[in-house]
Design a protein around this ligand. Structure first.
Ligand code: XMP
Length: 319
C-alpha cells in the first residue's frame, strides 16, 4: 500500500522539478494544512520560500504569535506578516449574510496578499494547502459534484490574475494523512494535531455582524472551550471543537438583576474526513465546566448551548 514516507520524498522531487530556481510564496493561516505545505516546501527549496501571514483580525486568541514563533524559530523562513485587522473589519461592517461575509473576506485577503506578494521579488509560484475534501466540496474536482456548498477562500480564493503558477502538494490527501506528513516533517505535535480552522476565521463563527467587541467575546469563550477540552484529555479524540457567538440575546438573572445578553453555542464533532460528522458525546461534567466558566468569565454572555446536530444535514461550521 501507499506510504507517506514515499509520498513526502516524491512530493519534494515533484515540487523541485516544477519550481526550478524560482521563488515560491506560501500563505500561512495558522492551521495544519498551510503549515504542512510550508514545511514540505521548506524541505524542497529552503531559502527560496517566502511565507505570508495575513492577520485578518479573525484569528483565535494568541494564534498569530504561535505561528510566527514556529516559522521564524523552527523553520527559519522569510516570513511577512500583514496587519489587516482594520481593513477586514471595515469591509465586514454591517455584513451578516454568510456567503457575503466569505466573499468580502476572500476579496480583502486577495488584496492584502497581492500587496505583500508584490514586494517579494522573483516569486513565480504560489503554494496552497488545498486538501482533497476542499477540492470536492468546492466542486473544483473535474469529476466532483458541481454544486458549491460554501465558498472556500483557500481554494477558489487566489485567482489566476495574480499571475502565479499554483503548487498544491496536499491536493490528494485527507486530513489524517496531512497530520502524519506534518509529524514526519518535524512539525510539533500541538501544531500537527491542531483542529482545523476555516480560512474566513472567526467571522463565520460570529453570526450576525462581525465587530471587534463581538469577536473578543467569541475569542474568550472559544479559548475556554479549547482549554477545558484539552484539560479533559479530549482534544486529540475530537476532530473539531469551537464556540459560536449567536446573533440573539437571552434573558438571564444575576443576583437580583435581570440580564439580557449574548448566547454562545458550543460545537464539537468527530469525523474521519470532514465530509460527514457526528456531534461529540462530550461528558456532562466537561460541558458543565465549559458552560460555567464561559458564563462566569466572559462578560456579556449569560447562556451556553450545545450543538447536537450531525453533518449532514448540518455543516460543521454554522455559516
Ligand atoms: P463545513 O462547515 O463545510 O466544514 O462542514 C468542513 C470543514 O471545512 C472547514 N471550513 C473551511 N476551511 N476555508 C477553509 O480552509 C473555508 O472557507 C472553510 N469553511 C469551512 C470547517 O472548519 C471544517 O473543518
Amino acid at each position: 500500500t501507499w506510504r507517506l514516507g514515499d509520498f513526502a520524498k516524491e512530493a519534494i522531487l515533484k515540487m523541485r522539478a516544477q519550481i526550478g530556481d524560482a521563488r515560491v510564496i506560501c500563505g500561512l493561516s495558522g492551521g495544519v494544512d498551510s503549515a504542512v505545505t510550508a514545511a514540505l516546501l521548506y524541505r524542497a527549496i529552503g531559502p527560496k520560500l517566502s511565507c505570508i501571514l495575513v492577520d485578518n483580525g479573525l484569528l483565535r486568541k494568541d494564534e498569530q504569535a504561535g505561528v510566527i514563533a514556529e516559522f521564524t524559530n523552527h523553520f527559519k523562513t522569510d516570513l511577512h506578516v500583514v496587519e489587516g485587522e482594520k481593513r477586514f473589519l471595515e469591509a465586514l461592517a454591517g455584513v451578516t449574510e454568510p456567503q457575503a461575509k466569505r466573499k468580502k473576506i476572500g476579496y480583502e485577503f486577495i488584496e492584502c496578499f497581492k500587496d505583500e506578494a508584490k514586494k517579494i521579488e522573483d516569486a513565480r509560484f504560489l503554494a496552497q494547502g488545498t486538501l482533497y475534501p476542499d477540492v470536492i466540496e468546492s466542486g473544483a474536482a473535474p469529476d466532483g459534484p458541481a454544486a458549491t456548498i460554501k465558498l472556500h477562500h483557500n481554494v477558489g480564493g487566489l485567482p489566476a490574475e495574480l499571475g502565479f503558477e499554483l503548487v498544491e502538494p496536499l491536493r490528494d490527501l485527507f486530513k489524517d494523512e496531512v497530520r502524519k506528513l506534518g509529524l514526519e516533517l518535524g512539525l510539533p505535535e500541538d501544531l500537527v494535531w491542531r483542529h482545523p480552522f476555516p480560512g474566513p476565521g472567526l467571522a463565520v463563527r460570529c453570526l450576525g455582524e462581525v465587530t471587534k467587541p463581538r469577536l473578543d467575546v467569541l475569542r474568550e469563550a472559544d479559548a475556554i472551550m479549547i482549554a477545558e477540552i484539552k484539560a479533559a484529555g479530549l482534544y486529540r479524540s475530537t476532530s473539531q471543537a469551537f464556540a459560536v457567538l449567536l446573533p440573539v440575546q437571552s434573558v438571564g438573572v444575576m443576583g437580583d438583576a435581570r440580564t439580557y445578553e449574548n448566547v454562545v453555542a458550543l460545537r464539537c464533532v468527530n469525523t474521519d474526513d470532514f465530509m460527514t460528522a457526528d456531534w461529540s458525546h462530550l461528558p456532562y461534567d466537561v460541558l458543565a465546566r465549559i458552560s460555567t466558566r464561559i458564563i462566569n468569565e466572559v462578560k456579556g454572555v449569560n447562556r451556553v448551548c450545545y450543538d447536537i446536530s450531525s453533518k449532514p444535514p448540518a455543516t460543521i461550521e454554522w455559516e
